[in-house]
Design a protein around this ligand. Structure first.
Ligand code: CP
Ligand code: NVA
Length: 308
């Protein structure tokens, strides 16, 4: 696998084989870190992180991840450089490229990350846009692999908002042969382009993509019950209405009881307990939930090691 210089913006930009190799590399790097081994794949390399939205996991996992690879990170926010206002994205990206070896970008508009990639001469990693969250899903696949060994043929049920995380989950699951069942309320469905792409990949990997209205229908027999916030960053004005629309889409013990007996609950976090997930249910699955968060680091270390 030679991915040097490639951007990591959409999962579908990579072949299934390349994504499998990245997951294997992530598991290998995790084992080495747990073993206290020194890794210097990115020695003397610098990652610049530009974030327009808040972050806990993504920032910590990228920063500690590049450090563990022997490199270093710089973090910069919109308040400092305001791309598109203070200076065009075209020029910002070209300046950044003169100083660092890769960019990790979290924006509202997906097209802004694409624009950074177009004008940057160093690789660009999508750290979440309003459309997708590919790094999250790489960590999720690694997590599912750890709990179930072989991911192919397992069933993931996603309950909640048809958002950026679901977009990437549909594509990631179908590329890895994981059956995905989705339940969303009317008006908040999974993005159509992601469903179409997922169906194409599912045809190639022999997996299923199922779309439901009722959360119970999606969760039946699932090995992974996955949810995300009802209100994503940037949608705060809709929070009250969303609390009403999504009230039947909470992951709780009653819903989880319909899953396969061999199951885990996942959430990209941050969680809003009492909304998309019940607080007691959350605690019962704290182990996989926080392993999932930790795996962000190893998944992204694999991506950085491969492209930088
Ligand atoms: N899951 C995730 O991306 O978390 P942060 O927004 O805290 O980075
Ligand atoms: N859907 C959420 C994911 C946060 C990691 C958001 O975009 O805010």
């Amino acid at each position: 696998m030679n991915l040097k210089g490639r951007d990591f913006i959409n999962l579908e930009d990579f072949t299934k084989e390349e994504l499998h190799e990245l997951i294997d590399l992530a598991a290998e790097l995790k084992a080495k870190i747990k073993n206290g081994e020194q890794i210097d794949i990115c020695k003397n390399k610098t990652l610049l992180m530009y974030f327009e939205k808040p972050s806990l996991r993504t920032r910590l996992s990228f920063e500690t991840g590049i450090n563990k690879l022997g490199g270093s990170a710089l973090f910069i926010t919109k308040a400092e450089i305001d791309p598109g206002k203070r200076e065009s994205i075209e020029d910002t990206a070209r300046v950044m490229s003169k100083f660092v070896d890769a960019l990790t970008i979290r924006t509202f508009a997906h097209s802004d990350v694409e624009k950074f990639a177009k004008w940057s001469s160093v690789p660009v990693i999508n750290a979440l846009t309003d459309k997708s969250h590919p790094c999250q899903i790489m960590a999720d696949i690694l997590t599912i692999k750890e709990y179930f060994n072989d991911v192919k043929g397992k069933k993931l049920a996603y309950v909640g908002d048809g958002n950026n995380v679901l977009h990437s989950l549909l594509i990631g699951c179908s590329m890895f042969g994981i059956n995905i069942a989705v339940a969303t309320p009317e008006g908040y469905e999974a993005p159509e382009d992601a469903v179409a792409l997922a169906k194409k990949f599912a045809g190639e990997t022999g997996s299923k993509v199922e779309i439901f209205r009722d959360a119970k229908d999606a969760v039946k027999g699932a090995n992974v019950i996955y949810t995300d916030t009802w209100t994503s960053m940037g949608q705060e004005d809709e929070a009250n209405i969303r609390r009403i629309v999504f009230r039947n889409y909470q992951v709780n013990d009653d819903l989880v009881a319909l899953a396969d007996k061999n199951h885990i609950v996942m959430h990209c976090l941050p969680a809003h307990k009492g909304e998309e997930i019940d607080a007691d249910t959350f605690e019962k699955y704290a182990e996989p939930l926080f392993n999932q968060a930790e795996n962000r680091r190893y998944a992204q270390m694999a991506v950085m090691a491969a492209i930088m």
